[in-house]
Design a protein around this ligand. Sequence first.
Ligand code: SAH
Ligand code: DHB
Ligand code: MG
Length: 218
Amino acid sequence: MDDAKWVAVDRYVEQTLLGDDAVLRAALADGVAAGLPQIQVMPAHGKMLMLLARACGARRILEVGTLGGYSTIWLARGLAAGGSLVTLEVEPNHAAVALRNLERAGFGGGVVEVIVGRAIDTLPKLTGPFDLIFLDADKAGYADYFEWAMRLSRPGTLIIADNVVRKGAVVDAQGEDPNVQGVRRFLEKVRVEPRIEATVVQTVGSKGYDGMMIGVVR
Ligand code: SAH
Ligand code: DHB
Ligand code: MG
């Protein structure tokens, strides 16, 4: 198995089960035009986030790390009727792109709130509980964001964290990459937290080899 095959299968899954979506295509194009890094979740993972939100009947979703709002749109599509989503983003220009994309996706008008600032400063201003929390901002902050996620959760809350495998680098305890160290500090916190049951799912595809942590609060 090689990257070319992973990409081919991603495209196949996109064509067979996801289809073409003008709103998401425009969101990606706007991100490119605005010079945003192209690091959003893959389409198949975006849809997985939507399905997980729907499966747990999420009425309140929290996202940490908005970028151009691509994963935000998928998550918001998984909200139960009348639900709402809060997403945190440090870069004002990312948030501005996201607001436009969310508006076009039909999530203006208060369904989605984009809060600009460092997540470590904005998380303390939120009121829980959330039904689903998606961590996807700076990996160095994951351990702190996880503490807040636990505070802002209830029994049954689904907590998902992106990019916890990093081409397998996560197993390198001696590695100096601050992203990897951040992920390892985070997973150590998950390990010793008695109020969550969690796993890591490894993934391959058009974004290479990575993985997501998925946990449910007891
Ligand atoms: N969830 C998005 C991708 C997020 S990329 C998607 O899949 O579509 C990570 C984002 O986190 C970037 O936009 C970056 O600016 C933001 N970020 C980085 N550090 C942050 C911080 N300290 N607080 C809030 N957001 C942060
Ligand atoms: C990268 C990918 C991500 O999904 C993310 O949230 C941050 C960074 C990356 O590939 O560098
Ligand atoms: Mg990510």
